[in-house]
Design a protein around this ligand. Sequence first.
Ligand SMILES: Nc1ncnc2c1ncn2[C@@H]1O[C@H](COP(=O)(O)OP(=O)(O)OP(=O)(O)O)[C@@H](O)[C@H]1O
Ligand SMILES: [Mg+2]
Length: 229
Amino acid sequence: MQTAEVQTRDESLIWRTARIPVKHWGQSIKDLTEMHPDVRQTVERFVATWTQRYIPQDATMTQLPEDRSLVGKGLLLFGNAGTGKTTTASAVLTTIRRSYGGVVFFVPFADYVQALIDHRNWRDLYQATGDELARERFIQLQKMLDKVLTCPIVVLDDMGKEHHTSSGFAADVFDALIRGRHRNARPTILTSNNKPGDWDKTYNMSMQSFLTEACEVVAMTGRDHRRAA
Ligand SMILES: Nc1ncnc2c1ncn2[C@@H]1O[C@H](COP(=O)(O)OP(=O)(O)OP(=O)(O)O)[C@@H](O)[C@H]1O
Ligand SMILES: [Mg+2]
């Protein structure tokens, strides 16, 4: 009895560390009752084929799957507001963690872009002044950025809602991140209001084309769950 209680308490630490929105802590795919059958089939298959998608860095040749078509392949959940993208993405993270263990991580893409900017600013401040606080912030952000790049699975929530500048910083960041993760057999889950055919407007044409190689596209249709029936 005491062990069960300890395990329950410990689990909150997993979801907090993973930065999963509190509302979705501990919610697996099977806990979501209202889900379109096509979406359910795709996300359940995603979990079932995980070992063909994520290949650990120390894997040997014999551990590589014969069929490599799923290596590094994630999901792109797109649809209107309130159709359950964030809920579904969080549930996939939770289910992967419970089924296979390992580090899982959730971050709104806008926060990731901001973290990169802050990381650079704190580093510059530390280099200019030697300020201890600046050094601590820099190291904290460095750990978070490393996790997004290297953990077995990450959710980048709300793609396209980040601030875009004329320099194309957000687009470049996304390009490097998604290509790097895919190359190293680390699947990424993206959520967005943007249709896949519109991604050249927010990012660029080559990214739009690469997107279908890096992710299976899942249309989240149906009603806005936030509106009363
Ligand atoms: N399968 C589901 N069953 C029951 N409720 C759900 C389900 N999916 C989502 N909801 C509820 O609907 C609301 C909206 O879901 P969610 O935040 O996941 O939508 P979203 O598509 O991410 O919206 P946005 O585009 O605004 O980010 C939430 O309150 C969530 O709890
Ligand atoms: Mg959302």
